[in-house]
Design a protein around this ligand. Structure first.
Ligand code: SF4
Length: 353
């Protein structure tokens, strides 16, 4: 049986454990420092704790750090880690260095039940939720491995974070309280589950919300995000509610697939759903072998953008990153899984959503 993990527990939970093991409450502060700031990987290494306490603690608990199972670097500096968790499940976490900051794209689940047709993680099927500790492990492990300070975190890796909302909220609170990592530097990317967007707003964490729309037309969107039960209007209404309640700007994301959702008519349909001043981020699809989609040429992307801008929308465009290391989230794990099961590996990976 796998021992439960200390990583992910907050100060009060650590104090309770210390109390159960006959230690004073201040030990919780020492434990938290080892777990969240001093990079402890095992209880034995927490050298300022009494040896007898360490023994009792290690008999029932483990720290809960992952093992780096693969580490790929792209020519543009993108670094993708495949982390093996205590139960041998594997998730990706990706460091994206920009000129003045380093973004960390983290996974919230070991697969994804949403099943977006252009996504490598979706092709893996549903996985389990990651715990607050496993989310925190990604925030700690990536900078340790890369020697880089992370300036912002995006929940844009494997999984739909709003399907694992309890752990996501617990992790963000823990980062704020123990790692001194502000929720203001966290973005949650979702396909848009209206009730969960409301719950996230109620958590009163100033995180940025990114909603993957991909199309303004319900039918086209449903063909790309087949499990969605909500109309574009319902998703946009929930996103606006989030913005109103939190004061945080919402970004609407569109993965552009050549000939599928990148025509000017698609841009008009999208613009029709949004209001002047709202923000759209365009993501030209990151193509991979055997995938049924292609990246649009820059001229098509520019034409799409012009339509949106003419309607008063604020438009940004995400650069595709890490093309030479299967840059879209889920591709590394999908690729390794496929390599293990087939003689000729070729991941059917897609874009993060
Ligand atoms: S794009 Fe996101 S929500 Fe869609 S299948 Fe992939 S991980 Fe899940």
């Amino acid at each position: 049986m796998i021992a439960p993990s200390l990583l992910g527990l907050d100060r009060s939970e650590l104090a309770r454990i210390c109390g159960e093991l006959g230690e004073p409450p201040y030990r919780a502060g020492q434990l938290a420092a080892w777990l969240y700031r001093r990079g402890a990987r095992d209880v034995a290494g927490m050298t300022d704790l009494p040896a007898a306490f360490r023994e009792r603690l290690a008999a029932a608990w483990q720290v809960g750090r992952s093992r780096v199972a693969a580490d790929q670097r792209a020519a543009d500096g993108t670094r993708k880690l495949l982390l093996e968790l205590a139960d041998r499940a594997r998730v990706e976490t990706v460091l994206l260095p920009y000129d003045e900051r380093v973004s960390l794209c983290i996974s919230s689940q070991t697969g994804c039940a949403v099943g977006c047709t252009f996504c490598a993680t979706g092709s893996l099927g549903a996985g389990r939720n990651l715990s607050a500790g496993e989310l925190t492990d990604q925030l700690l492990t990536a900078p340790e491995v890369a020697g880089e300070r992370v300036s912002n975190v995006v929940f844009m890796g494997m999984g739909e974070p709003l399907l694992n909302l309890e752990a996501v909220i617990a992790a963000i609170r823990l980062w704020r309280d123990e790692v001194a990592f502000s929720p203001r530097h966290v973005t949650i990317s979702t396909v848009g589950i209206p009730a969960r967007i409301g719950e996230l707003a109620a958590a009163e964490l100033p995180v940025t919300l990114a909603v993957s729309l991909h199309a303004g037309d319900d039918e086209l969107r449903a063909s790309l995000v087949p499990t969605t039960r909500w109309s574009v209007a319902q998703v946009v209404a929930a996103a606006r509610g989030y913005q109103q309640r939190t004061g945080r700007r919402v970004t609407y994301e569109v993965v552009l697939l050549r000939g599928v959702n990148d025509e000017p008519s698609h841009a008009f349909a999208l613009a029709h759903r949004l209001k002047r001043g709202e923000h759209v981020n365009l993501i030209p699809y990151n193509p991979v072998p055997r995938a049924p989609y292609e990246r649009p040429e820059p001229a098509r992307v520019a034409a799409f953008r012009r339509v949106l801008e003419a309607r008063g929308l604020t438009v940004t465009q995400r650069q595709t990153r890490g093309d030479d290391i299967a840059g879209a989230c889920g591709q590394l794990r999908a690729g390794l899984a496929e390599a293990a099961s087939r003689p000729a590996p070729s991941p059917a990976g897609r874009e993060p959503g």
